[in-house]
Structures are given as structure tokens and as C-alpha cells.
Design a protein around this ligand. Sequence first.
Ligand code: ZN
Length: 370
Amino acid sequence: MRSIRIGRLAGIPIGFQPLWLAIVALIAWSLGAAYYPDRAPGIAPLAAYALGLLSALLLFASILLHELGHSLVARRHGVEIEEIDLWLLGGVARMKGQPRTGGDELRFAIAGPAVTLAIVVVFGLVALALPASTPDAIVALVGYQLFVNAAILVFNLLPAFPLDGGRVARAAIWMRSGDLQRATALAAQIGRGFGYLMIGLGVFGAAAGAFGGLWLAVVGVFVIVAAKAEEGGLRVRTAFEGREAGRFVSFPAVTASAEISVEQAVERLFVPYRYTAYPVIEAGRPVGLIDASHVERVPPARRATTTVRDAAILDPELLIGEHQDVAELLERPAFQRVGRAVVHSDRGEVGVISITDVNRALRAIELSSR
Ligand SMILES: [Zn+2]
């Protein structure tokens, strides 16, 4: 799912998944309906819901600071941050590229929990410093932040890769063995174990009436899926390191002129050639690509008046030379999202590389190295 951008912090784009709004609303509602009336008897319903919303937004800010901690440390060690994305179970700082050493990974992994620990300490001190005359609602507000941040801290430090604790574990194994692949496999295995444990405990808890157990089970599933994805990602990176994009493309591709209409593109390209994607050429140079999904997005009545340029995706991240390293291309979020990129050769030919091509090649590479 695409995230909604809300701005930048320290130059890093911040976004959230649409579903996150539902989570914020759910937290605000449950706090307003139960927590605040419980902790501050006699509170006006409107005030309780307003405090619920404020608490949810403060939680949002805490998670953002945690991710910013990871991001700023990563950036200081030369790993660019694509964006910070808030989603169902918290936040994620998407890195462009990978930590180069176990020590780097250890520093990135620990930076987030360190920020959360600082937040816990601050709210703890505030809670201690509140005078006895403080209204119950304010005490409850501070108490909630203290509680959720402590929960985030403990949860993130579980050694369940890819949670922060699991990354710390991987970094430690990596530093000792010098073997990233082995460290990842081991950390992913521990992560999977924890994932199954969480599902078991969660289902058991839910069956025993603790409804929050379902949440734990969902997180367990997430941990198992993410551990597998991380392992697979590393396998792919290892296979493609140092391999050039040009080897996985057939030149020259059939191209689409930027200025023709979408209708013309359908008639002249999509129907006769039946490829799924075409490089878009403007003034003799590739500027982007158009695929069937871009055409589908233009209502049929407007296809005659919409140009290929308007319908196509014109992301410079998706324009690469034939010597582009495939492992690096696979890391690009734009490539992961679109699944294709335009490759131009030194001789001026243009082609398309797709994730499907890369996967096919991966199978061949693995067959030959066995
Ligand atoms: Zn973290």
C-alpha cells in the first residue's frame, strides 16, 4: 500500500499508511471511552475523547522520534534514508542500501530503542514531579505515555528479527563470525521461533478471554513473514552483487513517444506487441515508462486526449544505464513499487528490466552455483 506523505523532518520524508488513521482513531476512541473516564471519574465525555486523541498523537510522535533515532544514526554512517513510514504496528525507516559492518548495524539498531528509553525517562521524571494537586486526567495522560513507550521499548528489544532486538542479535553474530549471511539465517531462525511463540501465546490468551492476545498473534505472523523476506532479500542481494543490468535486458525494446495519445499507444503498441511495459521517449531520450496499469488508470473517454507523457511514470530513479548494479537497483523503493525500470545502453538502445526478469535470472544463477 502506498503511504501518504505528511512532510519532512531533518530532510527525511515522513509518511503513513492509510490504515494508520484507523489505528489512531481506535486508540483515541478506546482511551476516550474507557481509560480516561476510569482514571478521572466525572470527566466530561468530550474532554475524555479529546485527551484520547491527544494521547494517540503523542504516541505517534514517540514512534516518529524512535524512527528518527534509527535514521539519523544511519545517515551519519553514510546510509541514506528513503522515508519514515508509519504503519499498523509502528514505524519503519526505509534505508537505501545496507549497513556495511556489524558495528554499523548495531549502532543503527540500538539508536531507536535509545530514543524510546529517553522518552520513558522523561515521562517518568514528569510523573514523579507532578504536584499532588495535579488533575487526575493529566496524571493519566502522563501515565499512558509512560506505559506505551515502556511497552514499545520492551517489545522492540525482543530478539525477534526483524525487530530491533533481533537486529542487535544479528549484528552481534555478524561481528563475531564476519559472515552476514550466516548471521541473518540464524537471526531469522530465532525470529521465526519468537513469531510462533507469539502466535501460540496470543491465540491461547485470546481463547482465555484476553482479547489483546490477538494483537500479539498478528505481530507474530508479521515477524515470521518479515524474517523470511529479509532472508530472501539478502539471498537476492548476494546473487546480484556486481552484476550489471544490461545483462538482463533484451535490446532494443519497442518504445512509446511521449507525445502520442494513450489511445494511439494502445493501438500501435499494447495490442500488436503485447508487452506489458514500454520505455517512453521524448526528444530522443528515455524519460520514463508506461505499462498496462497506467493505461487502465485513464478513463476510456479521455484516452484520446491524454498523452503518454501524462499517463506514464517519469521517475528518474527508474532510468538506469546498462552498467547499473542490479543488487543496488533491487534496493530502490521505486523499482520495488513499479517492478520495472528503463535501461539505456552505451550504444543508445533502450530496454526494460523487470522484477520478473530478475527473478528468472536468480533461479538460473542459483542453479549454476549449486
Ligand atoms: Zn526501532
